[in-house]
Design a protein around this ligand. Structure first.
Ligand code: ZN
Length: 275
């Protein structure tokens, strides 16, 4: 099996300090957490930023500050993956500006629209997806194809046919979000079974199925994403005191399965990152 790529998502649009005091919020806190996770073995950092009041944000200045602080640590060669979905009701340009201006090696690509947690619409219109794919291609930013249900995977195949997405494709199965596919072993295996040939994939589940999906992806040759964007609990009733604890747990599990952890350089090789 390929070496295992660990992505850390240290902070998402959620949680806040009220949910867990350990979530990094400011650019300084996020950059320090990314550095610590890289030291522990993460090779990709999926980055969100927040406003000063902790609300979800696509504030370009916050992205710039965070990315600059990470890049200033010269020994740290972690792969940056910036979100394009830091909130709702944003313009297409606001969503794309961070990766266009800051040129990370990767950025997220949410491959369809969904009713987000029965509350609101997570909008990714067909014309936006085409524009996003085109802009990522022009900027040589590899899309992390985030798939919340099987239909989204088929959306990506349509874009491959149109020449907007180019293999090798990399998928992220995001399971257990209300409004998307439930996190079950059967759903995981179905999604894996419809992957196009040659694609790499990673997976995570939010909530109590997190560990099950973590084990499934490790034993079936996938890669993993961990972090407080998806989970704040290390075990029932126990908050993780840092994102590093999630990375450390992946390493323990992977060791038992005799799967080695990929360095950032090896992850670049596996994902076909060219610059
Ligand atoms: Zn995210």
């Amino acid at each position: 099996m390929e070496k295992l790529i660990i992505t850390v998502a240290p902070t998402g649009a959620w949680p806040t300090k009220k949910d867990t005091p350990y979530v990094p919020i400011t650019p300084e806190e996020i950059a320090q957490e990314v550095y610590n996770c890289w030291k522990a073995g993460a090779s990709i950092a999926h980055i969100h930023v927040r406003e000063d009041d902790e609300s979800p944000s696509m504030n370009f200045d916050k992205f710039k500050e965070t990315v600059t602080l990470i890049r200033e640590r010269k020994d740290c060669d972690i792969i940056l993956n910036l979100t394009t979905s830091g909130g709702i009701g944003l313009t297409d340009e606001e969503r794309m500006k961070p990766f266009v201006e800051l040129r990370p090696e990767m950025a997220s690509f949410d491959a369809g629209t969904m009713n987000w947690q029965h509350r609101t619409v997570f909008e990714n219109r067909p014309d936006f997806l085409e524009k996003l794919a085109q802009t990522q291609k022009e900027n040589k930013v590899k899309p992390e194809l985030e798939i919340f249900d099987a239909g989204m995977l088929y959306n990506t195949l349509y874009l491959v046919e149109k020449g907007l997405l180019e293999p090798p494709l990399h998928y992220q199965f995001c399971l257990g979000v209300p409004g998307g596919t439930a996190a079950t072993v059967e759903n995981f295996m179905h999604m894996k079974s419809i992957l196009p040939q040659g694609a790499t994939f990673s997976a995570f589940a939010i909530g109590r199925m997190h560990l099950t999906i973590l084990f499934m992806t490790i034993i079936t040759g996938g890669h993993v994403r961990v972090g407080m964007e998806d989970n704040v609990l290390l075990s029932k009733g126990v908050l993780a005191t840092s994102n590093v604890e999630f990375v450390e747990r992946v390493k323990r599990v992977a060791k038992e399965f005799q799967r080695e952890i990929a360095t950032p350089a090896e992850a670049r090789e596996i994902l076909g990152l060219k610059r």
